[in-house]
Design a protein around this ligand. Structure first.
Ligand code: AMP
Ligand code: GLY
Length: 426
């Protein structure tokens, strides 16, 4: 089987690592890939949203399956673009299904229609600004304002003060995030610990739940400072026990899968449930239509199954009785980032010591190679250092020790990944 994987980050490195282990894979291509993905397949210089170029490559190289790492191609309709081509399957939702991530207003309305637990909300446009002010008055601080459309992970504002919340609502509707914030969802603030649940569904009622993970979004230790693309992740999550997951399955996963089918929305791929544990009750913060980054860099270590067989079956619309077991070990990942990130940072620094790492799996994210084959930094998030362990502390000790072997100028990482969960571990 020939597979084309779209994307270039740590998530795609982890997917490529897992895909390349499958005995059914003949050729794996990664478009565009990064300085590390060449270890698992062949990098090809094509943009994940250039559908005509992808179609030409697929034809020339007899690609059987396209795996989409990030949301952009899905929201732009890559599934629909290839739907009449019998020779290739796209793992992912149709464009209608991708609206679960592409439009927060659509996602909230979908949850309401199917009685899926989520924060109380209303949506507003420039024409209903005054109603938005009135709705804010009915809520308690802090106030949660979300741009309806994709905003590169920056479209959510959480504001303590009502006057500032009103001012921000006006600014968002006035184009703060371009057309993405022409509609704004205002919702009730929920308090609890978040976790990420990943489901692979075949669109015909079949689904499998992947290992649960928690990610760490802020740049600073103790969850302080600016939001990033993710600084680390841990799997499993101690509070996501059998009882919690039973609630997640009954109240969230099954109504989601059933609701999509009832509405005639084709969805054959990964659903990412961003959940929050509110006093033992799972509620949905958001849907994404892809795997998470950096969660994937921990979750893939715990997928004890042939992921390619599973994705193929899902894309064909029938997971049948294929099993997806979870490796009982703990897996963690710690991101090494460029100093200055998520603000401005330098690029092109040489990375050394990668060959000295023996106890971890290093997934490249923002890296490239120069003509001499040296690995250079090329982005904010540079490397995802993943390890197995018997406990969160044990796995983290391995990742931190591996990080000690790796060097590049101005490297930064969080030293407290998983610390909040260690206290909960039995
Ligand atoms: P989102 O882009 O929807 O994932 O939102 C970004 C982050 O904002 C989430 O990961 C949460 O940490 C936070 N957040 C979003 N909605 C809420 C909410 N209703 N209550 C509390 N925190 C929220
Ligand atoms: N780690 C969160 C995300 O991938 O959106």
């Amino acid at each position: 089987m020939n597979i084309l994987l779209l994307g270039s980050g740590g998530r795609e490195s982890a997917l490529a690592w897992k895909i390349s282990q499958s005995p059914v894979v003949e050729n794996l291509y990664i478009a565009p890939g990064n300085g590390g993905t060449g270890a698992y397949g062949t990098n090809v210089a094509i943009s994940p949203v250039d559908f005509p170029a992808i179609a030409a490559f697929v034809k020339e190289n007899a690609v059987d399956m396209i795996v989409v790492g990030n949301e952009d191609p899905l929201v732009k309709g890559i599934w629909d673009y290839f739907k009449d081509d019998q020779s290739v399957h796209v793992v992912g939702p149709s464009q209608a299904g991708a609206a679960l991530e592409g439009s927060k207003d659509f996602a909230k309305a979908f949850m309401m229609r199917h009685s899926i637990p989520t924060a109380r909300y209303r949506s507003f446009t420039a024409d209903t600004l005054e109603d938005g002010y009135a709705f804010l008055e009915t809520l308690q601080a802090p106030y949660v304002l979300k741009a309806d459309g994709l905003a590169a992970g920056k479209g959510v504002l959480i504001i303590d003060n009502i006057d500032e919340a009103k001012a921000s609502l006006k600014e968002m509707l006035g184009g703060m995030f371009g057309s993405s914030s022409a509609t704004v969802v205002i919702e009730e603030f929920l308090s609890g610990i978040e976790c990420s649940v990943f489901v692979l569904t075949d669109g015909n009622g079949g689904y499998r739940v992947l290992p649960v993970a928690k990610d760490y979004k802020r740049i600073g230790e103790g969850d302080t400072g600016l939001n990033t693309g993710g600084m680390g992740a841990v799997s499993p999550v101690p509070f996501a026990d059998d009882e919690f997951m039973r609630k997640v399955t009954e109240r969230i996963i099954e109504p989601t899968v059933k609701g999509l089918a009832e509405e005639g929305i084709v969805y054959r791929g990964f659903i990412f449930l961003g959940l929050i544990n509110v006093a033992g009750e799972p509620m949905v913060i958001e849907y994404n239509v892809r795997m998470g980054d950096p969660e994937t860099e921990a979750v893939m270590l715990r997928v004890d199954a042939d992921l390619v067989e599973l994705m193929k079956a899902a894309a064909e619309g029938n997971l049948g009785n294929l099993e997806l077991r979870h490796d009982p070990r703990t897996a963690v990942t710690v991101m090494m980032v460029s100093g200055g990130y998520p603000g401005s940072y330098g690029k092109g620094y040489e990375i050394t010591g990668l060959d000295r790492v023996t106890d971890s799996i290093v997934f490249h994210a923002g890296t490239s190679r120069d003509d001499d084959g040296r690995v250079l930094t090329s982005g904010g998030r540079v490397l995802s250092v993943s390890s197995y362990g018997d406990s969160i502390a044990d796995a983290l000790a391995r990742s931190y020790s591996s990080i000690g072997e790796i060097a590049f100028d101005h490297a930064n990482f969080r030293r407290d990944i998983g610390r909040d969960l260690m206290a909960l571990e039995k």
